[in-house]
Write a new protein. Sequence first.
Length: 268
Amino acid sequence: MLIDSHCHLDLPPLAGELDAVLARAAAQGVSGYLVPAVDRGHWPALECLSQRDASVAVAIGLHPCFAHQPDDVEHMAARLSVPHPYVAIGECGLDAIGSPLPLPQQEHLCRAQLRLAQQHELPVILHVRKAHNELLRLLNEIPLSAGGVVHGFSGSTALAQQYIKRGLKLGIGGTITYPRAAKTRAAVAALPLTSLLLETDSPDMPICGHQGETNEPARLPHILSQLARLRGCDPKELIEPLAYNVAELFPRWQCQPQITAANPSISD
């Protein structure tokens, strides 16, 4: 089963044609979707989405590139204190490029969400651009027993290893389809398969050859094919191990197969 571990099905234009988006993805073999939140206003829609379709899992979070209210973290804590559908906290993190918030304010917001993840033993979905040192410092300050994923990873093998040794996996998306992304392509070729997840970040992060177009989960097989090419194997060899990685990281996702054996990954 191919799983898109990071896509924003609740955002336009995908939200307006959701049935068609899911049908196109299913036709390409995609059978699971994890949708992270960007702000408090989207939480109710995400909860409805998770009830609507068992193939969709959702996360609750406050994205660093969106404006937020002072009491949003308190509302998140309240939602997590009662029965809820969330399998992770996110999307949260730090962004030194596109955020309307100064970095210290972003760090305060991220720290609060990391503490909620720690308290509720939930994995985190992390967004980071040009602020890796600051995020690594926060992760040292607040260790996460349930782990998490650095989504849309774009960086070197050395940077990837810094996250992996802190118990995090790496979300691999359209970046690796671009020949100019030499460092990231070299990293995904060398890193342990057990540390990788596939994602599209739809409707953003278009794959090479489709710049300027709306991205969607149906393009996930293209990313899988590129990952296989970089690792020198058949794409079919990667599907089961990658699905296992998702199930391992997000055990509360009920539609995922239960883990009953060692990770069936091919030799790393």
